[in-house]
Write a protein that binds this ligand. Structure first.
Ligand SMILES: O=C(O)CCC(=O)C(=O)O
Ligand SMILES: [Mn+2]
Length: 125
């Protein structure tokens, strides 16, 4: 997904405090029964920059774990407009979405949830 570059750089600076704008935005749509299993974000090739995640639409039960699989986890309900920054020690933490609470937002005409993750994928030049 293409993002306006001013939006990208200002957004990332504001929410994460780092200067390099993301060059990738992954958009996930969660329908009523959708979930996402526990995983690490490791496709970026480098892990110096945070992954910034924006929730839109229905509430989602987000689970955050440890950098190793199977460790202690914590769950939090994410609401529309919430931002999660996975950086520093949390950059490679396992995380996932256990479920959404369908119909808790009127943002999307047919319900459900959108999640945008802004990432730095290109290696530094
Ligand atoms: O939907 C979310 O809150 C998490 C999405 C995610 O972890 C991912 O796209 O890698
Ligand atoms: Mn992820």
């Amino acid at each position: 997904m293409a993002c306006d570059s001013t939006f990208r750089s200002e957004y990332l600076k504001t929410v994460s405090g780092v200067g390099r704008p993301p060059d990738c935005c992954l958009v996930n749509y969660y329908a009523e029964d959708a979930k996402m299993g526990m995983h690490q974000d490791k496709d970026e090739g480098q892990f110096d920059w945070p992954v910034v995640s924006l929730s839109l639409g229905d509430d989602a039960l987000f689970r955050m774990g440890q950098p190793t699989r199977g460790g202690k986890t914590e769950s939090i309900w994410l609401r529309s407009g919430d931002v999660v920054v996975m950086g520093g020690a949390a950059r490679l933490a396992y995380h996932g979405v256990d479920r959404i609470k369908f119909g808790t937002s009127t943002l999307l005409p047919k319900g459900g949830r959108l999640n945008l993750t802004l990432r730095v994928v290109e290696p530094a030049s």
